[in-house]
Design a protein around this ligand. Structure first.
Ligand SMILES: [Zn+2]
Length: 469
C-alpha cells in the first residue's frame, strides 16, 4: 500500500484511489529566463519517477506542468540580450525541451504557458475581487489581502510570521498590508508586454498563474501538487490561499516537495549565481548516471551535489549493465519459474517505493538483483534471463536501464550528440506511452519525431526508427 508524505499534514498518508479514477498531478514548471540547472533536473526527475510508478501500479495519471513565460526576470534578460520577449521565450523553451528530452522526462499531458491563459487569470482575479479576496492598491496593482483568508499559513506553517495586519501601510482602503501579494501588476510604461483587463493594462503576478491553470484544467481537485521545497513559501501558500478563497471546496490531497540541491554549501539558485546547467553535465555524463545519482538520495532530503560522486554512480550503472550483457531481457512469456526468488526482489522494490518513494532503497534492490544475475549467469542462463527481464522492468519504473547494454558500455551515450540522444529518448518515450495505452501522447511524440526527420516503424513489442531519405 502506497504511503506519501503530505506537506500539508506533515504525515505519511495512504494513497489509495480507484484505478478507474484519473489522478490529477500538477507540478510547478520553469520560469524560462535562463538555461535549466540541475536543481530543476532533480525536481522534475523525482516527479517523473512518481508518475512512472503510479502508472506502473495501474493508475491513470494526468500530469500538468506549466511554463512561466512572462515575468520581470524574463523581460530584463530579453532586454539584456537585445531580443524581443517573445523570441527570447521561444528560444529558452526550445532549450528547456531539449534538456528534458535528454533527461528522458515524460511529456506532461498538458504544458500550458501563462501567456496562453490570460483570460483564465483575469476570470479568477475578477471572481476574487467580487468575493472581497482582492483589492485595488494605490498604485493600481491588484493585491490579495492575506488577512482576509483565515487559514493563511496552514500549508507552510508560517502563520505567525505572515498573518498579521501591517497598520503602518494602511491607506484609505483600510486594507493594504506589506505582506499582501500581487495578482495583477498594473502596466505603467506600456513598453513591456501587457494585456488589457477590466482594471486597465497589466500582466499577471506569479502565484495567480498556477491557481488559474489548475482551475482551468482540474476544476476542483488536484490529487498531487508538487514542486521544489523553495516553492512552499510563499508560492504554494499563496496558490492555495487563492484557490480556497475562490472555491472553499477546492481540494489538494497531497502536497509534495522535493528537497534542494546544495552546491558548495549553498542552495543552488540562479539568483545566487550558484548553478550547474543540465546541458553542461549531460556533456560529461549519461542522463541515466545523473538520474541514478539523484535517486540515490531520498527526494525530501537535500542533495549535497559533488561532481566526483557521478563517477561512483557511473561505475554502479556500468556494473548493472555488465550483468545484463548477453542476457535476453524481453522474456514476455509469463513464467512461474523460481517465482519465490523473483518475488523476493520485486517485493523489496515495491516495499521501498510504497514507503514514500524510497528510491535509494529501490536502487539498492536493483544493484542486489544485478549482482545475483552476475553470480548465476554462467551456471543458469535461463534464470539469469528471467531475472534480467525483471531487472530491466523495475529499472524502467525509475526511468533507468533503457539503453542497450553494449551501447552503454561502449560509451556511445557519453558522446555529447544531442540530436541522437533526443531521438533515442523520444522513441523510448513513445514506446512507454504505447505500453500505457496513452495514445494521444504517443502521437504527439510521433509528430515531434517527424519534425526531426524521423519516421517510426512499429513492431509487435517495440518501435524502431529510420531517417527520412
Ligand atoms: Zn506554481
Amino acid at each position: 500500500m502506497l504511503k506519501i508524505f503530505n506537506t500539508l499534514t506533515k504525515k505519511k498518508e495512504i494513497f489509495e484511489y480507484s484505478f478507474t479514477k484519473r489522478i490529477n498531478i500538477y507540478v510547478c514548471g520553469v520560469t524560462v529566463y535562463d538555461l535549466c540547472h540541475i536543481g530543476h533536473a532533480r525536481t522534475f526527475i523525482i516527479f517523473d519517477v512518481i508518475i512512472r510508478y503510479l502508472q506502473n501500479l495501474g493508475y491513470n495519471t494526468y500530469y500538468i506542468r506549466n511554463i512561466t513565460d512572462i515575468d520581470d526576470k524574463i523581460i530584463n534578460r530579453a532586454k539584456k540580450k537585445k531580443e524581443s520577449v517573445s523570441f527570447f521565450v521561444k528560444r529558452m523553451i526550445k532549450l528547456m525541451h531539449e534538456d528534458f528530452l535528454c533527461l528522458n522526462l515524460l511529456f506532461p499531458n498538458q504544458e500550458p504557458r501563462v501567456t496562453e491563459c490570460i483570460s483564465d487569470i483575469i476570470f479568477l482575479i475578477d471572481s476574487l475581487l467580487k468575493k472581497n479576496y482582492a483589492y485595488i492598491a494605490c498604485n493600481n496593482d491588484i493585491l490579495f489581502p492575506i488577512s482576509q483568508y483565515k487559514n493563511y499559513g496552514s500549508l507552510s506553517r508560517r502563520i505567525n510570521n505572515c498573518c498579521f495586519h501591517d497598520n503602518k501601510n494602511n491607506n484609505n482602503l483600510n486594507f493594504e498590508s506589506s505582506k499582501d501579494f500581487v495578482l495583477w501588476k498594473h502596466s505603467s510604461n506600456h513598453v513591456d508586454p501587457f494585456w488589457f483587463s477590466p482594471w486597465g493594462p497589466g500582466r499577471p503576478g506569479w502565484h495567480i498563474e498556477c491557481s488559474a491553470i489548475i482551475n482551468k484544467f482540474f476544476k476542483h481537485e488536484v490529487n498531487i501538487h508538487g514542486g521544489g521545497i523553495d516553492l512552499l513559501f510563499p508560492h504554494h501558500e499563496n496558490e492555495f490561499a487563492q484557490l480556497k478563497s475562490f472555491k472553499d471546496y477546492f481540494s489538494v490531497q497531497f502536497w509534495m516537495h522535493a528537497g534542494m540541491v546544495i552546491l558548495n554549501n549553498y542552495k543552488m539558485s540562479k539568483s545566487l549565481s550558484n548553478t550547474i546547467t543540465i546541458r553542461s553535465l549531460l556533456k560529461k555524463y549519461d542522463s541515466e548516471v545523473i538520474r541514478l545519482y539523484f535517486l540515490s538520495t531520498h527526494y525530501r532530503h537535500p542533495l549535497y551535489f559533488l561532481e566526483k560522486n557521478l563517477c561512483l554512480f557511473k561505475n554502479i550503472l556500468e556494473k548493472i549493465y555488465i550483468s545484463l550483457l548477453n542476457c535476453i531481457t524481453d522474456m514476455y512469456i509469463q513464467t512461474d519459474y523460481e517465482i519465490k526468488l523473483r518475488n523476493m526482489f520485486k517485493d523489496k522494490f515495491y516495499h521501498a517505493m510504497n514507503d514514500d518513494f524510497n528510491t535509494p532503497q529501490a536502487c539498492l534492490v536493483l544493484q542486489k538483483l544485478s549482482q545475483y544475475i552476475t553470480k548465476i549467469k554462467n551456471s543458469n542462463i535461463y534464470l539469469a534471463n528471467i531475472l534480467a527481464t525483471d531487472l530491466v522492468k523495475l529499472g524502467n519504473v525509475l526511468g533507468l536501464l533503457y539503453h542497450n547494454p553494449k551501447d552503454f558500455l561502449s560509451n556511445r551515450y557519453y558522446i555529447p550528440d544531442g540530436q541522437i540522444n533526443i531521438i533515442d529518448n523520444l522513441v523510448k518515450m513513445r514506446n512507454f506511452y504505447r505500453l500505457n495505452k496513452q495514445w494521444n501522447l504517443a502521437d504527439i511524440v510521433r509528430k515531434k519525431l517527424f519534425t526531426l526527420g524521423v519516421i517510426i516503424e512499429d513492431n509487435l513489442n517495440h518501435s524502431t526508427y529510420r531517417f527520412i531519405n
